[in-house]
Design a protein around this ligand. Structure first.
Ligand code: DC
Length: 224
């Protein structure tokens, strides 16, 4: 592992935007591991294989035309040579991604890819188990959260911007459900490690979140 800032936290707490901007400021690669779990979910939806046995799942993952590439210091996901982006953020993928992310084979497959990238690249990496499992030696571990109502507003706005209209309660329920599955699953649940820097983004702007974490990273680097 070269250099990793690990950002974990609840769904729609502002991790992605914060991690992306922080990576730009630090001049390192931004890796969104949620996109990797979403890509596997998209693949399983496409193949009608959400409930496949472990054997089938293993074959599918090993023979899958999924590729994870770093371009211009950002992770991109390709399926059959086609870059996936909006396909990863549909309500259908939202609905299925947490159950898919519970499966041991999926986690082992993706964690190996993440560590491989971490060997070659300096990273700001975000997800649910980055500081606890994937990169426990991260320079800084951040745990981000935000009140559910505010997260719902943010996620609903994000969907509207993509031309997808969903009711407030439906969006809220999805976030609540995902957090519940993500935090209570057996393997690598979302947890706030005791050494994590805690950031509640409910009343913070993106600029404030980034500045707060950047200052903390710089303190750690200088302190070494
Ligand atoms: O960050 P996100 O909302 O795009 O993540 C989608 C789902 O992927 C999330 O509900 C749980 C799963 N996930 C995970 O289990 N581990 C990670 N490191 C990242 C995401």
């Amino acid at each position: 592992m070269k250099f990793v800032v690990a950002i974990d936290g609840t769904a729609s707490s502002g991790k992605s935007t914060t991690a992306r901007l922080l990576a730009e400021k630090l001049g390192v690669t931004y890796m969104d591991t949620g996109a990797m779990y979403r890509a596997v979910t998209y693949l399983l939806l496409e193949k009608d294989a959400l409930e496949s046995s472990d054997g089938l799942l293993q074959n599918l993952l090993l023979s899958s035309p999924l590729e994870f590439k770093i371009l211009h210091r950002k992770l991109y996901v390709y399926l059959d040579g086609k870059r996936l982006s909006d396909e990863l953020r549909t309500p259908e993928v939202d609905r299925w991604v947490s159950p898919v992310a519970e499966r041991a084979l999926v986690r082992a497959f993706l964690v190996a890819k993440q560590r491989e990238i971490g060997k070659r690249r300096r990273l700001v990496c975000e997800g649910r188990d980055i500081g606890s499992v994937v990169f426990p030696d991260a320079v800084l571990k951040v745990f981000m959260t935000c009140e559910l109502e505010e997260r719902t507003r943010r996620r609903k706005k994000e969907l509207t911007e993509k031309g997808i209209e969903r009711g407030f309660e439906e969006v809220k329920l999805n976030l609540q459900k995902r957090d519940e599955i993500d935090s209570t699953r057996k393997l690598s649940p979302l947890t706030r490690t005791t050494d994590a820097f805690y950031v509640d983004t409910t009343h913070l702007t993106i600029e404030e979140q980034v500045a707060l974490i950047e200052a903390e990273v710089r303190k750690r680097i200088v302190g070494k």
